[in-house]
Write a protein that binds this ligand. Structure first.
Ligand code: CP
Ligand code: NVA
Length: 306
């Protein structure tokens, strides 16, 4: 069957290591190239990627589009409300039809079940471009970025402070597959998905849940957070509960001296993170955003270049 990229816990550790290493290799190979030039060999020449968006996107959309062009391929951007999908055509039928036109499908959706249904019925690879449950493409860029700044991630400590959201699930899977310690500091109102914590237990992933964000960051090599209100969520009154988990200079000062700060972006400055941290010397958030491009290439090559 097609080689999908659905979630990190559905791909084995050596394959994921290979994807991160490929991302670093394709990045190095382009040093000094202007963005509009193609990668040597154009490995995805003639390939077409369709991208379905049920939610907005800046990084995922542009990085996949530029990645396909640089690899020699092309893309189609499909907004779900402009498709028959938005008027009730089934996900399964959409998968069957799109598989007759394109070589791969990326989807960003409000429902993880739609992703898995698409993958079940597509005869071409399906890539998870974010669901309510996970964001695995982001983690390839995140692991790559961590390793650029701090060396191999195995055995290191990453602390998440904030909402227990879709990014947390993918961080949990990454902790298992890349063998680092993940500490989760989330308020009880915004606790991580118990299914991810169960997966961690069953698979020997080192995931530790904390109440106190200061205790959680002690000795951490990386502090990471994300928006307090994810796409498709009610803005509801969670800000008071989340306020003590804000990543500010005081929290960063409690981490290891060399600790970096990561955020998948978009950031809500003044909420989950302060300007001083975002723009400070420990922040690697724009390297992280750049690395989405290199990571997408590695994901596309994993799915398509076989
Ligand atoms: N980090 C990320 O996925 O950003 P976009 O929502 O802009 O794609
Ligand atoms: N948790 C955020 C990530 C955005 C890239 C969201 O789902 O909106």
């Amino acid at each position: 069957g097609p080689r999908h990229f659905l979630d990190l816990n559905r791909i084995d550790a050596p394959s994921l290591r290979g994807i991160v290493d490929t991302a670093a290799t394709v990045k190095r190979a382009r040093a000094g190239f202007s963005q509009g030039t193609r990668d040597a060999g154009r490995p995805l020449d003639g390939k077409l990627l369709a991208m379905i968006f049920e939610f907005p996107s800046t990084r995922t959309r542009v990085s996949f589009d530029v990645a396909m062009r640089q690899l020699g391929g092309e893309t189609l951007i499909l907004k779900s409300d402009e498709m028959q999908l938005g008027r009730g055509e089934t996900v399964a039928d959409t998968a069957r039809v799109l598989s007759r036109y394109v070589d791969a499908i990326m989807i960003r959706t409000d429902s993880h079940a739609k992703l898995t249904e698409l993958a079940e019925h597509a005869t071409v690879p399906v890539i998870n471009g974010l669901t309510d449950r996970s964001h695995p493409c982001q983690l390839i860029a995140d692991v790559m970025t961590f390793e650029e700044h701090r060396g191999g991630i195995a055995g290191k400590v990453v602390t998440w402070a904030g909402d227990g959201n879709n990014m947390v699930n993918s961080w949990v899977h990454a902790a298992g597959r890349f063998d680092f310690e993940l500490r989760l500091a989330c308020p009880p109102e915004c606790a991580p998905d118990p299914r991810a914590l169960d997966w961690a237990k069953e698979n020997g992933a080192r995931v530790v849940v904390y109440d106190d964000p200061f205790a959680a960051v002690a000795g951490a090599d990386c502090v990471v957070t994300d928006t307090w209100v994810s796409m498709g969520e009610e803005a509801a009154n969670r800000h008071n509960a989340l306020k003590p988990y804000q990543v500010n200079e005081a929290l960063m000062a409690a981490a290891a001296r060399e600790a970096i700060f990561m955020h998948c972006l978009p950031a809500h400055r003044g909420e989950e993170v302060t300007d001083a941290v975002m723009d400070g010397p420990r922040s690697v958030v724009f390297d992280e955003a750049e690395n989405r491009l290199h990571a997408q290439k590695a994901i596309l090559l994993y799915c398509l270049d076989r």
